[in-house]
Write a protein that binds this ligand. Structure first.
Ligand code: KG4
Ligand code: ZN
Length: 356
């Protein structure tokens, strides 16, 4: 089964061709990612209108490259998948409409993929991880602990009540004048800093639920920075190190709670899986490794280029759904908001309808 995947929900224009064989093993035939970082850098964050226009300009090109590198023609595909949300609606419309056009002209099935579901299933592409596993999704827009029990069967065990974890890194970088995107820059500064210098709060720590909060930490960091301003290079490095340390400790505590809830409800997970751009952070990866060992399970952390937004994860999620006959009609709607829990509900409805 060979599927083209298109990703345009944020600031990456991406397309990939992925193969899924009968026993569920995956192979990436091509994976093209065009980052828009340059277009948005001057604004310190993603500007939705600029993103949508950049997707329009680049997408044909990116898809063409993905097809050429895979050595495939549209008629040789088994399905066309696109991220139909959640994300910036202008970009989602560009990707989904393009996928519909290719599917219509070539008479191929369309799969409207949830972007979060694609992050959630990536571990099965890279490591053939069996269900059920515990997923920590940590990106610029999302911070979630999920029980991944099957394709389309996701239960949210914890989430952030305010900022996403990557957003906290990005805002910290912006506050300290480091640039955009902030995560990698904060990590780099932190290597030169003293994590014990600032006593920043560890929000939500010790609670029995598995939720996160980052806005208090961000405010505390801003107050410290204002208190000691003007900042020297060492101050910036120390602030970054202290911030990263606080985030890492919060992640350890919240994920430990999440794993406890997982085990109580579903038994032992087959793995702790990391996804999203923040999973590229080495300090956070170390925390995840420690937690997995402590929980007696394996850590599956896909390579950084498959943790951040890409087309291969969309193609793969499309292939997994296609294998189960879960295709979509050409009027599938683009969605700015699309919580993962809704997929299970929609699938249950479909099943009921099919039995009638
Ligand atoms: O998954 P992703 O590429 O895009 C979505 O948000 O969907 O994640 C991007 C986020 C950004 O907030 C970025 O600052 C953060 O991931 N990030 C990192 C690192 N690399 C990327 N955060 C901390 N440390 C990193 N090394
Ligand atoms: Zn993402």
């Amino acid at each position: 089964m060979i599927v083209l995947g298109i990703e345009t929900t944020c600031d990456e224009t991406a397309a990939a061709v992925v193969e899924r064989d009968e026993d569920g093993r995956g192979r990436i035939l091509s994976n093209i990612v065009l980052s828009q970082v340059k277009e948005h850098a001057a604004f310190g964050g993603v500007v939705p209108e600029i993103a949508a226009r950049a997707h329009v300009e680049a997408l044909d090109h990116v898809i063409g490259r993905a097809m050429r590198e895979a050595g495939k023609h549209f008629y040789g595909l088994d399905g066309i998948a696109a991220a139909a949300g959640p994300g910036l609606i202008g970009g989602v419309i560009v990707g989904l409409t393009t996928a519909k056009a290719i599917a219509l002209v070539n008479r191929k099935p369309l799969i409207a993929v949830n972007h979060l579901e694609a992050h959630a299933l990536t571990a099965r592409l890279t490591d053939a991880t069996p269900f059920p596993y515990c997923l920590f999704l940590a990106s610029g827009g999302h911070t979630q602990i999920l029980a991944v029990r099957g394709v389309g069967d996701y239960v949210r065990l914890g989430t952030t009540v305010d900022d996403a974890i990557g957003e906290a890194f990005d805002k910290t970088a912006k506050l300290l004048g480091l640039g955009y995107p902030g995560g990698p820059l904060v990590e780099q500064e932190a290597t030169k800093g003293n994590a014990a210098r600032f006593a920043l709060p560890r929000p939500m720590m010790g609670r029995s639920d598995a939720d996160f909060s980052f806005s208090g930490l961000k405010t505390a960091l801003r107050l410290e920075a204002e208190r000691i301003a003007p900042l020297t290079n060492q101050d910036v490095a120390d602030l970054c190190a202290s911030f990263q340390q606080a985030v890492a400790e919060v992640v350890a505590d919240r994920l430990r709670a999440g794993l406890r809830i997982f085990r109580t409800r579903y038994g032992a997970p087959t793995a702790l899986v990391a996804a999203g751009g923040v999973a590229a952070n080495q300090t956070i990866r170390r925390v995840l490794q420690h937690l997995a060992t402590e929980a007696g399970t394996a850590l599956v952390a896909p390579p950084a280029e498959l943790c951040t937004d890409n087309g291969a994860m969309i193609a793969w999620a499309g292939a997994e759904r296609l294998a189960l006959g879960l295709t979509d009609s050409l009027d599938a709607a683009p969605r700015a908001r699309w919580p993962l829990d809704e997929i299970a509900a929609a699938q249950a409805l479909r099943k009921t309808a099919a039995f009638k």
